[in-house]
Structure formats: structure tokens, C-alpha cells
Design a protein around this ligand. Structure first.
Ligand code: ATP
Ligand code: MG
Length: 344
């Protein structure tokens, strides 16, 4: 388990100081795949680098499997870092070494024998599908293959935790999917906890169990991925969810959309539900019972964390008491209803 407690990190001194992380507290449960998202400059890389103390926090504690890295001396820290693998956007392979020798590097540095290294690496070559590339050099590999080498190298010292900083953002969508699948397999087969940073919500949607949003160095929202998609709490989270679902603002809303109700305005709601909820009859019932017209502006089914989920944007047309009653009625059922705003 990774536990960050009140982590603050500033770069520079005095007036020109930048507060890259501001009082971050979060827990990554053992065996989870945990995603951190946020805009460029939000502090994501700084945060992940604090987990293995590549960056020393200005204040706060970093616990990995119950041990506080901040309190360790250099020897203890070196030892503990073997338990924490890391991969990066640009792979960081040594161009003069073959695939096999790149993967072997951390074990050589740890003083392992040739036999021990061989024993550790063979299963990793199988796991990452690199068996036939073992004698190739990085320049002879595709981006996806290079990232596989980086993953195998990170796993060589049998870490309990794998940190991934934008590990797929240099890859095309198909290769990205293959690497995500590999990370998922590693998580399941080896029980490794994965903390990953990404600006792609697709990554969160497909493999993460939990997600946190960083914004201006602060953690503004944290939740299980399904809950995050169904009920984002902040406008920034809603924006991420919309981008992940490829939702566009329906044209109907652009003309005269406002946050507060006005005389004669009609509510626009977002209805989210797990795939098994019978949402169609529910909407029909709400419409009939309260004499409201429900006009669907946008509808979408998506797979989120392996679950089928549905997202509707709809306009409720009727008098104010009726649309309110219909909204209340829907909210009593296993669907989430959020009033996005109003149109006239
Ligand atoms: N070594 C450093 N010295 C000074 N400022 C730094 C340093 N590293 C990061 N920063 C600043 O800290 C803030 C957070 O940077 P960070 O690299 O963590 O962002 P990020 O969320 O990873 O962004 P991106 O998505 O672009 O990778 C930025 O304002 C950045 O300029
Ligand atoms: Mg970064």
C-alpha cells in the first residue's frame, strides 16, 4: 500500500518559489490500479516522483508498505527502492544494450549472478512478449516494444509497486491498448500495485480501479472509477468525464444555457446508470406519471472499468413542479440524476 500524508513540494525560494504540491493526502490500496489525472503542470510527475523520493517532499510522509521513506537513511532508501519499479513516457533504455541486457541492468547493479539474472529474466521475456527480441537493440524496436522492455526492466527486481508516468502517451491508440492490457495482466498475475499518471481519461476508463484529480498542486477529487464517472463532484472532474465519454455539449444547450432556473426555463439533466438498470421504462414512467416530456439530447453506452454504463443528457419539458417531481422520482431509482442547468 502507498500512503501519502500531507505532501507539500516547493521548487525555488522566496518570491519565485513554485508550490508544485500542496498538502496531498491519498492512499493507494494494495493490489489496486490507481490513476492520477490532471492538466499539464498540475503536479502529477512531481507527485509520482515523491513516491520513490526521486523528489524529496518539502514536508509530509511517504509510506510504502507501512515504511516511511522520508525517515530512511541512504542505505535503507536504496533497499526500499528495489520494491518500487518505475516506467516513463520515453522508455529511458540504454541504446548500447540489447533487450536482454537492458532488462538485466537493475539485477547486475544489485550484484546478482548470471544464473540468478537468467532465472529472473526468462519469465519476464515471456510475460512481455519479447522472447524473440531478446538480442535486439532499442533502435530496432517499435515504441510499444520499447515500453515492454522498460516494463520488464522495472519488474526485474520483483517490486511490490509499479509507478508509471505517462507510460502510454508516446504510443498510438492500438499500442496503448496492448500496453494497458499488459499492465492489467501484471497487476492481476503478479499482484503488483500500480500508480499511474496520465492525461488520457481512456486509460483511467479502461484499467483503473480508483482515480484522483490534481489541479494546481491540490488534490481536488478522489473516487472509485465507476463512482467518478457516475457522479463527478467538481466542474474539472465533469470535464474529464465528458472528454472520456467523447460527449460534446449538445447544440441545444449552447444557445441559452444557464446554471440557475429562470421564469419558464427547462431543466437539462444528466442521467447515469449501470448497464443493468432498466432506464427506458423508468424514463417513460416518469414522463407519464408527471406529465413531462423528456427529450433525449445525447445518449451513450460505455464500458467503464469493465462495467457497462449508460449516460443520457435530456431536457425536461413541463411546468416547474412537474419537472421537479419527475427529477425526484428518477432520483429514487438506481440511476444518478444531476441537473446540469436550464434552457429557455
Ligand atoms: N525541478 C523543478 N524546478 C522548478 N519547478 C519545477 C520542477 N519540476 C516541476 N516544476 C514545476 O512544478 C509544477 C508541476 O510540474 P509537474 O512536472 O509535476 O507537472 P505535470 O502535472 O507532470 O505536467 P505534465 O502533464 O506537463 O507532465 C510546474 O509548475 C512545474 O513548472
Ligand atoms: Mg508530467
Amino acid at each position: 500500500m502507498i500512503e501519502l500524508k500531507n505532501i507539500t513540494k516547493s521548487f525555488g525560494e522566496g518570491a519565485s518559489a513554485v508550490k508544485a504540491l500542496d498538502d496531498i493526502t491519498l492512499k493507494v490500496p494494495s493490489g489496486a490500479i490507481y490513476g492520477v489525472v490532471g492538466a499539464s503542470g498540475a503536479g502529477k510527475s512531481t507527485l509520482i516522483r515523491c513516491v520513490n523520493l526521486l523528489e524529496r517532499p518539502s514536508s509530509g510522509d511517504v509510506l510504502v508498505n507501512g515504511q516511511n521513506l522520508v525517515k530512511m537513511n541512504d542505505r535503507e532508501l536504496r533497499q526500499t527502492r528495489r520494491d518500487i519499479g518505475m516506467i516513463f513516457q520515453h522508455f529511458n533504455l540504454l541504446s548500447s544494450r540489447t533487450v536482454y541486457d537492458n532488462i538485466a541492468l537493475p539485477l547486475e547493479l544489485a550484484g546478482k549472478s548470471k544464473a540468478e539474472i537468467h532465472e529472473a529474466i526468462e519469465p519476464l521475456l515471456q510475460l512481455t512478449g519479447l522472447d524473440e527480441k531478446r538480442q535486439s537493440y532499442p533502435s530496432q524496436l517499435s515504441g510499444g516494444q520499447k515500453q515492454r522492455v522498460a516494463i520488464a526492466r522495472a519488474l526485474a527486481s520483483k517490486p511490490a509497486v509499479l509507478l508509471c508516468d505517462e507510460a502510454t502517451s508516446a504510443l498510438d491508440p492500438k499500442t496503448t491498448n496492448a500496453i494497458l492490457q499488459l499492465l492489467k495482466d501484471i497487476n492481476k498475475q503478479l499482484g503488483i500495485t500500480i500508480l499511474l499518471i496520465t492525461h488520457e481519461m481512456e486509460v483511467v476508463k479502461s484499467i483503473c480501479d480508483r482515480v484522483a484529480i490534481l489541479h494546481g498542486g491540490r488534490l481536488i477529487e478522489e473516487n472509485a472509477v465507476e463512482q467518478f464517472f457516475i457522479q463527478p463532484q467538481t466542474e474539472i472532474a465533469r470535464e474529464f468525464v465528458r472528454s472520456a465519454l467523447h460527449e460534446k455539449q449538445p447544440a441545444e444547450l449552447e444557445a441559452d444555457f444557464h446554471k440557475e432556473p429562470r421564469e419558464g426555463s427547462r431543466p437539462v439533466v444528466r442521467i447515469s446508470f449501470m448497464g443493468h438498470s432498466a432506464v427506458e421504462p423508468l424514463i417513460t414512467q416518469a414522463a407519464r406519471q408527471f406529465n413531462v416530456d423528456i427529450s433525449i439530447l445525447q445518449a451513450d453506452m460505455e464500458t467503464v472499468h469493465g462495467n457497462r454504463m449508460g449516460f443520457l443528457t435530456a431536457e425536461l419539458i413541463g411546468d416547474e413542479a412537474a419537472t421537479q417531481a419527475a427529477t425526484n422520482y428518477l432520483q429514487q431509482h438506481p440511476v444518478q440524476v444531476e441537473v446540469l442547468g436550464y434552457v429557455n
